[in-house]
Design a protein around this ligand. Structure first.
Ligand code: BEZ
Length: 314
């Protein structure tokens, strides 16, 4: 009997680990840094697992909106995603503190904030949403594009925002009409004149040539835009410990790479826009009227965790 057990154990240990066909989704298009990072991750995972783990990358919202991807992750029907803060904040408002206006001045500061204790505490809350957090990436600092010239403030414009309560509230407080639109729908909406402007970043501006449709590109750098690398918690617990360890190692490295890359990515696209003669100008918080102080007055009360984040940058 004991010999049989031993034989079974040896057979188990000698059995090759199961192949893993995994999928990751994101709303960003193929040239975007997040998608490039997902492709790099897929390559590294294949190399390090000697072809046993395959990660298929689905960019441009091919698997649906972020709300749909979140549902798939919760059901274990999707393995991984690079998510914006949008859907997470709509389920737990504390996540929305990360898009507080003028929290930091630079993309370097944004990266540091995402490596700090408040961001880590937020990542721990992903479990309640059926997700396993695998690190923060980020996009460039948020800027504003307007199809017609600026006349003092942004009040009265129909401005695209991410479908995210705190961001929409900021624009409402600025007197604009916030119009939530996911990234893949943005080009048509701007080209068709459905919106008068948008909140985006320099990378998205350049890659879509949005400067050609704009009277002005306001280089406000008024908020950070975090990215959450997540796994389906349901799927995660079915993976063998050694596969989980490899994925965690590679995700940690890739998200760190993204955070470190964005200061240069922003600088590079800013230079490209200037060189191309785009109507890009620096603009301060005055273009938002009293929105910044009004926003903090409301969201410090609604999400007290915001004070912890603010304390980290003081
Ligand atoms: C956006 O919707 O503005 C966005 C989404 C992902 C990366 C960068 C920007």
């Amino acid at each position: 009997m004991r010999l049989l057990n031993l034989v079974a154990m040896i057979a188990m240990l000698a059995a090759p680990a199961a192949a893993q066909d995994l999928r990751i989704g994101m709303v960003t298009p193929p040239p975007h840094q997040w998608t490039r990072s997902a492709n790099a991750l897929a390559e590294e995972l294949a190399t390090r697992s000697e072809g046993r783990m395959k990660l298929a990358v689905f960019p441009s919202g091919q698997l649906g909106s972020e709300a749909q991807m979140l549902q798939q992750l919760q059901a274990g029907a999707l393995d991984f995603a690079f998510l914006t803060v949008g859907e997470l904040a709509n389920r737990n408002p504390d996540f929305g503190i990360l898009v507080a206006p003028y929290l930091v001045d630079t993309a370097e500061d944004a990266a540091r904030l995402l490596e700090g204790p408040t961001a880590a505490a937020l990542q721990d809350r992903l479990g309640a949403l059926g997700l396993k957090g695998l690190g923060y990436g980020m996009a460039g600092m948020r800027i504003v594009l307007l199809s017609k010239p600026l006349d003092g403030t942004v009040a009265g414009r129909k401005i695209r925002t991410v479908p995210l309560t705190q961001e929409m509230d900021f624009w409402a407080k600025a007197g604009a009409a916030p119009t939530p639109l996911p990234l893949p729908e943005l080009f048509d909406a701007y080209a068709n004149g459905q919106i008068d402007g948008m909140q985006l970043d320099l990378e998205g501006t350049w890659n879509n040539r949005f400067q050609d449709y704009s009277a002005v590109v306001l280089d406000t750098r008024h908020a950070i835009f975090p990215m959450f690398a997540v796994a389906s918690a349901r799927k995660w617990q079915t993976l063998p410990p050694e596969d989980r360890a490899l994925i965690e190692e590679l995700m940690t490295a890739e998200t760190a790479h993204i955070r470190a890359a964005y200061p240069a990515i922003d600088a590079d696209y800013r230079a490209k826009l200037h060189e191309a003669g785009a109507p890009i100008v620096e603009a301060g918080p005055e273009v938002f009227g009293t929105a910044v102080q009004d926003w903090y007055a409301e969201w410090r009360r609604k999400t007290p965790l915001l004070a912890d984040l603010e304390a980290e940058v003081r």
